[in-house]
Design a protein around this ligand. Structure first.
Ligand SMILES: Nc1ncnc2c1ncn2[C@@H]1O[C@H](COP(=O)(O)OP(=O)(O)O)[C@@H](O)[C@H]1O
Ligand SMILES: [Mg+2]
Length: 300
């Protein structure tokens, strides 16, 4: 498994959004997916956590600090997790050909290969912004890193947006009811992972499968499901309308059909979990979704 490292920004450790806090929420989300996704089948993956290194882990830092790039050479909390691998080159090429602005001049092959080979562009994950119809690009800021893919282009490319919407609904329900995590400012991306090959590893091929990933729990908060129903609903719906979440969640009114897929995914998954937790009499996910729609209507 290839590893990604997330290191505390200096000064952040004493804040409520510390990496230690994020690690504990990430762990709760992974545990909830492990426990419930077998039945729910969200088709969403959460990067597996490997471990956390503390600033006080002298042995680790003595052996490893010199390996970090100079600007990262401080002893801070660090989390190691599964690395989501980038989308394959053919997809990266297609993204450039489709989306690099060509109104002033056509895309020549030198420019294409410059963009394709620029180091930051190799780490290409695609954010699935089902909540916004479209967005523009400029030549100056064009980047494949965390590439924003909006609804209309996704439909033109023939992506299964209904499936993605249902998956996101299920993932939110697992975060909320399974992990008690509000889901504030999380990210949904398309990336790849290595899969066990069909026998031609000897030729150096790596088999990759495209997957839908949920990441970044840095702005999330824990919600105590033993609190009053109103308090819990408020915490969850509040997080759904803040940050970038509205870019991801289908618009309840402008994209009714897609929102229905999100809603159904959410409700089915939520009910499954609440029944398992014997909380189905206390909470009603259909009521919650109705409340969310009303809230979103006022808020947006
Ligand atoms: N496990 C991972 N595998 C691959 N890329 C990742 C992983 N975690 C984060 N990233 C990339 O790094 C970026 C920043 O990480 P993130 O956790 O979102 O940090 P921040 O809290 O600073 O937003 C993400 O938007 C994503 O592109
Ligand atoms: Mg982020």
């Amino acid at each position: 498994m290839s590893m990604a490292m997330k290191k505390e920004i200096p000064g952040n450790a004493s804040l409520p959004t510390s990496l230690l806090h994020e690690y504990s929420l990430h762990r709760a989300v992974v545990a909830a997916f492990d426990q419930y996704d077998g039945a729910i089948k969200s088709d969403v993956r959460v990067p597996r956590l490997s471990d956390i290194v503390h600033d006080t882990d002298d042995e680790f830092w003595e052996q490893n600090l010199h390996k970090f790039p100079p600007s990262y050479r401080t002893r801070n909390t660090m989390v190691r997790m599964e690395r989501i691998l980038p989308l394959p080159k053919v997809v990266r090429k297609a993204l450039i050909a489709h989306f690099y602005p060509q109104d002033t001049a056509p895309l020549d092959s030198a420019t294409l290969s410059n963009i394709l080979n620029a180091a930051p562009n190799k780490h290409c994950l695609v954010r699935t912004y089902l909540g916004r119809k479209n967005g523009g690009f400029t030549r100056q800021t064009f980047s494949l890193r965390n590439f924003p893919l909006y609804l209309e282009p996704m439909q033109h490319l023939g992506l299964d947006v209904m499936g993605l919407a249902a998956s996101m609904g299920k993932a939110f329900a697992i975060m909320h009811w399974g992990a008690g995590v509000n889901g504030d400012d999380v990210e949904f991306v398309l990336g790849t992972s290595a899969v066990k090959g069909q026998g031609d590893e000897a030729f150096g091929f790596q088999h990759r499968a495209v997957g839908f990933y949920l990441l970044d729990f840095g702005q999330c908060d824990l919600v105590d499901l033993s609190d009053d129903v109103d308090v819990v609903y408020q915490a969850f719906k509040g997080a759904m309308v803040t940050g970038d979440n509205q870019l991801f969640i289908p618009h309840f009114e402008k994209s009714r059909e897609m929102f229905a897929a999100f809603r159904e995914g959410y409700i089915g998954a939520g009910q499954t979990i609440l029944e398992e937790k014997k909380l189905e009499k206390k909470f009603n996910v259909e009521d919650f979704m109705r409340e969310y729609e009303e809230y979103a209507e006022d808020f947006l």
